[in-house]
Each structure stands twice: as structure tokens, then as C-alpha cells.
Ligand binder design. Structure first.
Ligand SMILES: [Zn+2]
Length: 137
């Protein structure tokens, strides 16, 4: 079911509703589509992707798919986000109070920040890590 949805996205390049846990590639591509940097070294991009997946093959698939869709340009070890569909911090990051573990650094946090992407929410992150992941640092 999920692969059919994914195929639909690939062929039409239209974002439809996708369950986030089922499709880390879609989530990763959307994350890369919204990086707020002029350019980033590849290891820093991978650092962000690792908040979604720890699998090298999935990481590679995310990078390839993001490049294929024109969200990023790769030049050796430098990645340049293209297009500028930048995340608006106010409208597309939500916070919730509770007991969370930061998805990036593992710290215990009482306020979790989540990126709202078309593929679903990505988080929770602490206040400094959400800035790192969205590229606002
Ligand atoms: Zn953190």
C-alpha cells in the first residue's frame, strides 16, 4: 500500500498523504527540501538525516531522491538546497509540553518541538536541536 503511494508521488511529484513512519525517504526528502542554508557539507546533511534513519541505504535513498526532485544540488561533499521552500518557524514547527527524548541528541526535554511536514510530523527535538535540524543556527 505504502509503495503504491510512493510510486504515485514519484510519478506526479505531488505530495499526498503518507504515513510518516512508513516512509522515511519521503520524510527525509521533505526535510532536505526545507533546509535553510545556502550550502552545507555532506556530513552535516547526513547528521540531519540521521534524525530520521540510521540506515545508510535509506540515507542514500533520501539524498538521491531529494536530488532527483530538484530539492538539492550536490557538488562533491557540498550540498546546496534549491528552491527555498523554507520552513516558517511559527507556522510549521509546533511545540508540545510533556516528557520527551530529543530525537537528535537523546536529551530529556519537557518541551518537544516537531516539524510539520507534508509526510507527517518529525520530532520531538529540544529547542536547540530543532534549530539545528531546520538549519536556523
Ligand atoms: Zn537535542
Amino acid at each position: 500500500m505504502v509503495s503504491q503511494i510512493h510510486t504515485n508521488i514519484l510519478s506526479h511529484d505531488v505530495a499526498v498523504f503518507v504515513e510518516r513512519e512508513d516512509d522515511p525517504v519521503e520524510l527525509g526528502v521533505q526535510l532536505l527540501a526545507r533546509l535553510e542554508h545556502a550550502e552545507l557539507p555532506l556530513p552535516e546533511v547526513i547528521d540531519r538525516i540521521e534524525t530520521i534513519t540510521a540506515h545508510p541505504e535509506t540515507t542514500r535513498a533520501i539524498l538521491e531522491e531529494a536530488e532527483l526532485r530538484g530539492h538539492i544540488d550536490r557538488d562533491g561533499d557540498t550540498v546546496r538546497p534549491v528552491g527555498g521552500r523554507f520552513l516558517s518557524f511559527e507556522s510549521e514547527v509546533v511545540s508540545r509540553d510533556g516528557e520527551f527524548e530529543c530525537r537528535r541528541c537523546g536529551a530529556s526535554i519537557s518541551t518537544g518541538y516537531f516539524m510539520k511536514l507534508e509526510a507527517g510530523e518529525h520530532g520531538p527535538f529540544g529547542s536547540s536541536c530543532i534549530r539545528k535540524v531546520t538549519g536556523r543556527e
